[in-house]
Design a protein around this ligand. Structure first.
Ligand SMILES: Nc1ncnc2c1ncn2[C@@H]1O[C@H](COP(=O)(O)OP(=O)(O)O)[C@@H](O)[C@H]1O
Ligand code: SF4
Ligand SMILES: [Mg+2]
Length: 317
């Protein structure tokens, strides 16, 4: 799942809340049907090993006084995911190779590595805990353009290899659509559109998403995206309606009815939009069709769940 929105709209806040690194004022977060808000500290810590986060600033994720080897070993030792020190060491060597570093990097300190190498080491540290869900919060935005694609490809390969769910956060719509099966667009803390990435990118329906796609396709160059949004901000003269549509002050299609907050509504095949201007007659496809399509998406998860269940059953026998 990709999450796009301009700086300050609340993407990182949402990502952190999903891991309960921040306490939400309302709402619930479930991981594999477990309500994270209901967990005590001990249970939360155990569950946390399944959920990991990659931050925008890779250097902040590693202790500058620890060698890479120690940083990779540390979470395994705390969470006791492996039976012996030998297994932990073996895993550390395996992972460092998997993320494209070599043994020699294990003996270095973070400041002796490049940004891309640090992000790889962070990935090795995270993977040692066998997570099923990773929040990747703008993981490549601080890296050189030439390194960005390598790290994104690595993230994709790792996802395929371990079947991990990602929430991939970025302000770059193109990168998110390329990385994600589904994409959500956030504006001032609200999800205004969500759907299959190709649909959201090729056939955006929310006025804000349309604006984003247009900015990318017309300008298509770094920074111009930011410039365009800043200029656009200045044009907004109508004050925001706290209770109405969050995009009201900038929306070219706004009308009186938009003072009421629009809900996310299903259009077709898992595509949802929060906008009053999308009229009901434009809503096609049934909800049942959407459920069936999404059931197919859940198949890998169900298969894994079944494997674990059977393993457990055999153990208990
Ligand atoms: N739903 C929300 N309600 C109130 N404040 C929010 C909400 N989401 C984010 N913020 C505030 O907005 C600021 C920027 O949010 P952040 O999550 O860092 O945005 P982004 O990652 O999209 O740049 C933070 O100070 C955060 O506390
Ligand atoms: S609800 Fe109204 S203000 Fe909001 S995006 Fe749709 S048309 Fe624009
Ligand atoms: Mg952020």
């Amino acid at each position: 799942m990709g999450l796009v929105g301009e700086s300050g709209c609340g993407k990182s806040t949402l990502g952190r809340m999903m891991l309960r690194l921040l306490e939400p004022t309302e709402g619930k977060v479930y991981l594999d049907r477990v309500d994270l808000m209901a967990l005590g500290l001990g249970e939360l810590q155990r569950t946390r090993s399944k959920m990991q986060i990659i931050f925008q600033h890779p250097e902040s994720a590693l202790n500058p006084r620890m060698k890479i080897y120690e940083s990779i070993m540390e979470p395994m030792q705390i969470q006791q995911v492996y039976n012996s020190r030998r297994e932990e060491r073996k895993k550390a060597y395996e992972l460092i190779d998997l993320v494209g570093l070599n043994k020699e990097h294990l003996n270095r300190y973070p400041h002796e590595l490049s940004g891309g190498q640090i992000q790889r080491a962070v990935l090795a540290r995270i993977l040692s805990l066998k997570p099923c869900f990773i929040v990747a919060d703008e993981p490549t935005s601080m890296l050189d353009v030439s390194v960005q694609a390598q790290v994104l490809n690595l993230l994709k390969d790792i996802q395929k290899m371990f079947n991990i769910a990602y929430l991939f956060i970025s302000h770059d719509l193109e990168v998110v659509c390329w990385m994600s099966d589904r994409t959500a667009i956030m504006y001032k803390g609200d999800i205004v559109e969500i759907g299959p990435s190709k649909t959201v990118y090729d056939n955006p329906r929310h006025p804000y998403t349309r604006m984003l796609v247009k900015a990318f396709s017309q300008l298509g160059q770094e920074n111009k995206y930011g410039t365009m949004l800043k200029d656009d901000y200045k044009k907004g003269t109508v004050p925001d309606h706290a209770s109405g549509c969050s995009f009201y002050s900038r929306c070219p299609q706004a009308s009186m009815g938009c003072e009421k907050k629009p809900e996310l509504r299903h259009i077709k095949e898992g595509h949802f939009v929060a906008c009053h201007e999308i009229k009901d007659e434009q809503f096609r496809g049934t909800y049942e069709e959407d459920i069936l399509r999404r059931a197919a998406d859940f198949r890998p998860f169900l298969e894994r769940y079944l494997d674990e269940y059977l393993e457990e059953a055999v153990k208990n026998d």
